[in-house]
Write a new protein. Structure first.
Length: 196
């Protein structure tokens, strides 16, 4: 979040339109922030019309045969079937542009994004700026009443600046999970050391 991924998607789509390409834009129906359900919107206010979809089957059904460029925003909210749809369209010669958040608030792969990244010919990973230290931010810090959300929370929770902050690896916190992972790694290290 806050890295400019929707802004970059909008920029690429506008360039395709200027070039006279037949373009279709889709977004997850879950994201109704800023411009509503029928628009892709960036945090800086740029907008472009898009069709909301709930899943990969619906996406595949809405793709028109004459489409040359297909763009999907917030792909992390779609199911893993989006990977097959994107592959089939690209194999058929369509240019496919996908934007999404690669990690959830825990720092784990988000929905189908890991699979999409593995299959992509080109990846542009955009970083935000950590609101704590100013370094490049690669994580999304979910907040509840201004404090880091616990790992047990739901994976999908759509929100903006009131709910999330951009953080670097060092400043990102996930209460309980961080302690549990640290204890597990320490225990494994001790077991490995004793076994030598």
């Amino acid at each position: 979040m806050f890295s400019g991924k929707s802004e970059e998607l909008i920029r690429r789509v506008r360039r395709a339109l200027i070039a006279g390409r037949r373009v279709q834009l889709f977004k997850s129906h879950l994201d109704d922030r800023y411009g509503g359900q029928f628009r892709i919107s960036s945090h800086d206010g740029r907008q472009i019309d898009a069709e909301p979809v709930s899943n990969s089957v619906q996406l595949a059904e809405k793709v028109r045969p004459e489409t040359q460029v297909l763009a999907i925003d917030e792909a992390q909210f779609l199911d893993d079937g989006v990977c097959g749809v994107v592959d089939a369209l690209a194999d058929a010669g369509m240019r496919v542009i996908v934007a999404g958040t690669d990690m959830d608030f825990r720092g784990e792969p988000f929905g189908p994004m890991g699979l999409l990244l593995a299959r992509a010919e080109r990846i542009d990973k955009l970083n935000a700026i950590c609101v704590v230290c100013g370094d490049p931010a690669t994580r999304n810090q979910r907040l509840i009443d201004g404090k880091p959300a616990p790992a047990e929370g739901p994976t999908i929770q759509v929100g903006g600046a009131e709910t999330y902050e951009a953080r670097c690896r060092r400043c990102h916190e996930v209460p309980k999970r961080d302690r549990a992972q640290g204890e597990l790694l320490l225990r494994r290290a001790k077991e490995g050391w004793e076994g030598v």
